[in-house]
Design a protein around this ligand. Structure first.
Ligand SMILES: [Zn+2]
Length: 122
């Protein structure tokens, strides 16, 4: 694995980190339950269907937010591995992760074989 390749992945990861942070911030601002000016959507009436729909929307948003936060943790972990010099090495078998795999998913921390084995286990 070349230094240039790692630098390229680092740049990609930084962009990804910024994008995820922005998305999470936006989601939190849009969430009616977290916003302080929730008058607009909540004042439409206390119809049960509306309330249920709003609760579902809130749930969906929560799930999306959690998945974005999980992605962000992966990206931050990868950046940390770059700074420690352990980036691109499988955390299970210590072998180098294929560049093609890292290109497709720069935050990967395990090689294809280990990932497959782990997925089958779970
Ligand atoms: Zn491995």
């Amino acid at each position: 694995m070349t230094k240039a390749f790692i630098q390229e992945m680092e740049a990609t990861l930084h962009k990804e980190e910024t994008r995820l942070r922005d998305e999470i911030t936006e989601l939190k601002e849009e969430d009616p339950k977290n916003s302080s000016n929730s008058m607009t959507s909540a004042s439409l009436g206390d119809d049960e269907t509306d309330a249920a729909a709003e609760a579902t929307a809130h749930e969906d948003q929560k799930i999306l937010e959690e998945s974005l936060e999980a992605q962000l943790r992966d990206v931050e972990g990868a950046l940390e591995r770059i700074s420690k010099g352990t980036y691109g090495t499988c955390k299970y078998c210590d072998k180098e992760i294929a560049e093609a795999r890292l290109r497709a998913r720069p935050e990967s921390s395990s090689c294809v074989e280990c990932k497959k084995a782990r997925t089958l286990e779970a």
